[in-house]
Design a protein around this ligand. Sequence first.
Ligand SMILES: NC(=O)c1ccc[n+]([C@@H]2O[C@H](COP(=O)([O-])OP(=O)(O)OC[C@H]3O[C@@H](n4cnc5c(N)ncnc54)[C@H](O)[C@@H]3O)[C@@H](O)[C@H]2O)c1
Length: 442
Amino acid sequence: MKGNVAERLIKKILQKEALIGIIGMGYVGLPLVLRFCEEDFRVLGFDVDSKKVATLKKGRSYLKSISSSRISQFVRSGHLNVTDDFSRLDEPDCILICVPTPLTEKMEPDLQYIEKTTEAIRQNLRKGQLIILESTTYPGTTEELILPKLKSTGLKVGKDFFLAFSPEREDPGNKRFTTTQIPKVVAGVTPSCQKVVKALYHQIIQQVIPVSSPRVAELTKLLENIYRSVNIALVNELKMLADRMGIDIWEVIEAASTKPFGFSPFYPGPGMGGHCIPIDPYYLSWKAREYDFTTRFIFLAGEINVHVPYYVVAKIQDALNGRGKSIKGAKILILGVAYKKDIDDARESPALAIMDLLQKKGAVILYHDPYIPALPQFRKYYFKLKSSPLTKGLLQRIDAVVVVTDHSGIDYSWVVERAPLIIDTRNVTKNMKQWKKKIVKA
Ligand SMILES: NC(=O)c1ccc[n+]([C@@H]2O[C@H](COP(=O)([O-])OP(=O)(O)OC[C@H]3O[C@@H](n4cnc5c(N)ncnc54)[C@H](O)[C@@H]3O)[C@@H](O)[C@H]2O)c1
């Protein structure tokens, strides 16, 4: 074949003959699988969870946001195959790493998933492969952790194999933007790595944004998440002050949002949730220590956001007290446990912290979430609870409803009309002035 290794790989990509390997069949990996299949690429998915592998091989989805029919069509057409056999990592031409990047108990980066994946790739690395890290992580991971391991094979980066970082911006449940429409930041370790990675993402994404180094791309993703974390903390702090002042923060935000420049609205809530915003900023704080630097905004935002569930519980306690009821023994229905609306993911959800605090105070907890039929084991919590059907009988039996997640499918006025007391952390009761006496904003 003519041309150098990079040119040959680019040609394979442009002709859609490159086999795409995606490691980690989760919220990030699966949408990418589907995008490549839609563009007629063959994809080999890898996951350590053999249950997920078996489900996907049968053409079934295990995520609410992705229908089984989207998976099964590509399994049947032969575009998609999934495996837990990592010795097959020599087969794909391009490998995208989409594995978790959580924190340890001590709030430090837990890089074991990236490390294990890198080792599996190292053992199978061959000439002509492109490796891309998609997982969110601190600046330096691609070049300080992955690159030395892959180089130890004797293959040369930018010549024999290619390495890049491209942060994922997936927003599960967001129907306004598809994977194709979300611009993708990319950075190769060398200029030829950059050329190959750009060629690949141009196949599935409308706008590819090249930046000068993987470190820039890694910090770009963290900036996006820290920006959210800090601004959410800001409105959460102002919400607590406004409450003490007898001002409705939601009305304030609505009014401020009419300013046509210089203001982007962020909304308060029951605390912060999800796999990204509460976790990723600490990746930067940890790395900053190496530079004798303290990321004060990150810690302050974390401190405020972690405090919000305590504030919500205090509001619940006060509301019950105002009705002559003790929190001990009170039956409390948590409405929505997902970390945000219309998704089936409760990881790091503030609902869990609220439920835990309420239980410790002796309350009896029930929950309803149309997306989460049973609560699995979480990093910090395990509740052995199933979603209770949202019936008139249930609303009559309980002492209070706490709206934690504002799923769109729920008829909130129906709930408010029937429940004795509503603690609303999401402003779903905005237009329900007629039931003002039993609504408490928190
Ligand atoms: N979920 C989001 O909205 C989102 C958005 C942007 C970025 N991210 C980032 O993307 C990364 C992945 O997140 P996710 O939400 O898709 O996680 P996820 O938990 O949904 O999926 C990760 C998958 O990787 C698998 N896995 C774990 N270890 C593995 C290994 N060694 N080899 C192969 N597979 C392995 C798991 O079984 C799981 O299926 C994280 O770094 C996250 O911060 C997530």
